[in-house]
Ligand binder design. Structure first.
Ligand SMILES: C[S@@+](CC[C@H](N)C(=O)[O-])C[C@H]1O[C@@H](n2cnc3c(N)ncnc32)[C@H](O)[C@@H]1O
Length: 231
């Protein structure tokens, strides 16, 4: 842990670690910022001045990294965050290119996308997760459901082709909001069905990759599945 000692409770839970302290020092609202920073460094998914959708954005660390990655305000771009929980826009790194909506991503309908995504997104990020139940099979299944929601929003998922509307710039529910060439990042908890899901994604993306960030706690089953360069 690069010379820094973590605080550990009697049950062994790490309270503060290097990433927690670095996040605090740099002004990120959560240590999860480093997960997206690492993915961005490796895969350059957020283009300068790009359009970003962040599903499950609370408390806002990925909004910070996404806005920072857009570059100077004069380059333009936009970050839309969605979360069930009320989320305050972080003061640091987020400017007026960031908008936040309190909603369940599973319930966002065509009207929302028509209003907020007229031209489509370059990246769809999903760090969405449920409160874990402590049952690894159920937790993995629930994380897969949320990842599938992100896939459906981004690229139509299993609905692909159905209801796709060539007259809508963003394609309608069967086409999704991700532009051709764009990327999708989804959090998953490893378990049954995750490999099969990665195989399904190959239909829509030129490359599918797994990423387990250094900032992910060692005891966690968390892993990120990336769809790169939408076909
Ligand atoms: C790990 S946190 C996200 C952390 C965030 N990426 C950050 O860096 O600050 C997961 C979030 O997913 C949200 N979430 C879970 N299910 C959701 C859903 N169906 N729609 C929208 N948000 C959801 C939770 O409310 C929670 O805030």
């Amino acid at each position: 842990m690069s010379g820094m000692r973590a605080r550990i409770t009697r049950t062994g839970r790490v309270l503060e670690d290097t990433f927690f302290k670095q996040a605090k020092a740099k002004g990120y609202v959560a240590r999860s910022a480093f997960k997206l920073l690492e993915i961005q460094q490796k895969h350059k998914i957020i283009p300068p001045g790009g359009q970003v959708l962040d599903l499950g954005c609370h408390p806002g660390a990925w909004l910070q990294v996404a806005c920072e990655s857009l570059g100077l305000a004069k380059r333009g771009g936009r970050v839309i965050g969605v979360d069930i929980q009320e989320t305050r826009k972080p003061d640091k790194f987020c400017d007026d290119r960031v908008s936040i909506f309190q909603a369940d991503a599973r319930e966002l309908g065509p009207e929302f996308w028509a209003e907020h995504c007229p031209g489509g997104f370059d990246v769809v990020l999903s760090d969405m997760c449920h409160f874990t139940l402590g049952n690894s099979v159920a937790d993995a299944y629930k994380s897969l459901e949320l990842a599938r929601t992100a896939w459906t929003i981004a690229a139509g998922g299993e609905l692909a082709g159905e209801q796709a509307d060539p007259n809508l710039p963003w394609g309608g529910p069967g086409r999704g909001v991700l532009k051709p060439g764009g990327s999708l990042v989804m959090k998953l908890l490893q378990g049954s069905g995750t490999q099969e899901f990665a195989t399904e994604l190959r239909r829509d993306f030129a490359k599918v990759a797994w990423h387990r960030p250094k900032a992910t706690r060692s005891e966690s089953k968390e892993v990120f599945l990336l769809g790169l360069k939408r076909k």
